[in-house]
Ligand binder design. Structure first.
Ligand SMILES: [Cu+2]
Length: 140
């Protein structure tokens, strides 16, 4: 391998290794009808792991996630984890318990879609989750 090419390859490899080493896993625990913590702030590439989920799940809502991201619909009653790569706010609910306000948000990097979230007309349990997500994003 020519010397110049090698000189470029090594820093690129180191950067990749560094990012992998520093990617974190954040645990959210279902306690009663609440996710704790309700809002987690993470870096792109980090993972969120939901635990203690015997009667719960995680479902993202169209319009309350960054554009172009795939919907999350985790199997009911199972712990679940997801790695978030795209920046923005991801509001999620527990499908059977959102009426009781069981939901939360993951803020990945900068809250790039804050205006979209603010423009949503969510009410009831989902409205409470959305207001909490906005409050946390604005405090950043
Ligand atoms: Cu639930």
């Amino acid at each position: 391998m020519p010397k110049t090419k090698l000189a470029l390859t090594i820093p690129a490899a180191l950067l990749f290794i560094t990012q992998s080493v520093f990617a974190e896993t954040h645990v959210v625990t279902a306690i009663g009808m609440k996710f704790e913590p309700m809002v987690v702030k993470i870096a792109p590439g980090d993972t969120v792991r939901w635990e203690n989920m015997p009667t719960h799940n995680v479902e993202t809502i169209e319009g309350l996630v960054p554009e172009g991201t795939e919907k999350i619909m985790s199997p009911m009653g199972e712990n679940y984890q997801h790695t978030f790569d795209k920046e923005g706010i991801y509001v999620y609910i527990c499908t059977p318990h959102i009426g009781s306000g069981m939901g939360g948000a993951v803020i990945v990097g900068e809250p790039t879609n804050l205006d979209d979230i603010k423009a949503s007309d969510a009410s009831g349990g989902l409205g409470r989750v959305v207001r909490k997500a906005i409050q946390e994003a604005e405090a950043m």
